[in-house]
Design a protein around this ligand. Structure first.
Ligand SMILES: CC(C)(COP(=O)(O)OP(=O)(O)OC[C@H]1O[C@@H](n2cnc3c(N)ncnc32)[C@H](O)[C@@H]1OP(=O)(O)O)[C@@H](O)C(=O)NCCC(=O)NCCS
Length: 144
């Protein structure tokens, strides 16, 4: 498996992972905007030419990154693809001199919360009704 920056050709695969894993349906322009803002913050896990997971992040403030989306295809979870994406992303943050990373996660998403904790993220706040269906979110952050 190869971790590489997002390419415009990945759009159909990435949107299908988002629909399946995150149950969201965003317009294509969002992906192209993220790609334009920070190429090395939008990484794809490529298995034999097929995108099977991705991580998309932006830099909202100097010195800080924010992970907007992270997802791996359902049938391929628990095999280290998410961890490989996260490690590549953390390396890119270091190269770029970013010393804090934030993200939001559904409070019911225990798998993801455990996953982020393994990478040093901690819950730093609760976001009431953060999601469109009314669920609360946690803000998690990692600083180093
Ligand atoms: C969170 C997510 C990206 C992790 O990706 P992944 O490729 O499954 O991650 P890894 O295989 O590197 O690590 C998964 C860990 O979860 C556990 N795990 C094992 N099987 C799993 C499975 N079928 N599904 C989810 N987690 C599993 C394991 O504890 C593993 O940790 P370990 O390495 O100590 O055994 C993935 O579960 C996912 O896409 N979830 C749905 C989307 C989502 O919730 N994204 C985050 C929203 S903020």
């Amino acid at each position: 498996m190869l971790i590489r920056p997002f390419l415009p050709n990945d759009l159909p695969a990435v949107t299908s992972i988002v629909r399946e894993a995150l149950r969201e349906n965003y317009p294509s322009s969002i992906y192209f905007d993220i790609h334009r803002w920070w190429r090395d913050g939008f990484l794809v896990a490529d298995l034999d030419g097929n995108p099977v997971g991705f991580l998309a992040a932006v830099i909202p403030n100097d010195g800080q990154a924010r992970i907007l989306m992270l997802a791996v295809s359902t049938g391929l979870r628990g095999r280290g693809i998410g961890a490989t994406l996260m490690n590549a992303f953390l390396a890119n943050c270091e190269v770029r001199g970013l010393r804090r990373i934030e993200l939001e996660v559904r409070i019911s998403n225990l798998d993801a919360i455990r996953f982020y904790r393994r990478f040093g993220f901690e819950i730093v706040g609760t976001l009431p009704h953060f999601y469109t269906d009314g669920e609360d979110g946690y803000r998690m952050a990692r600083s180093w």
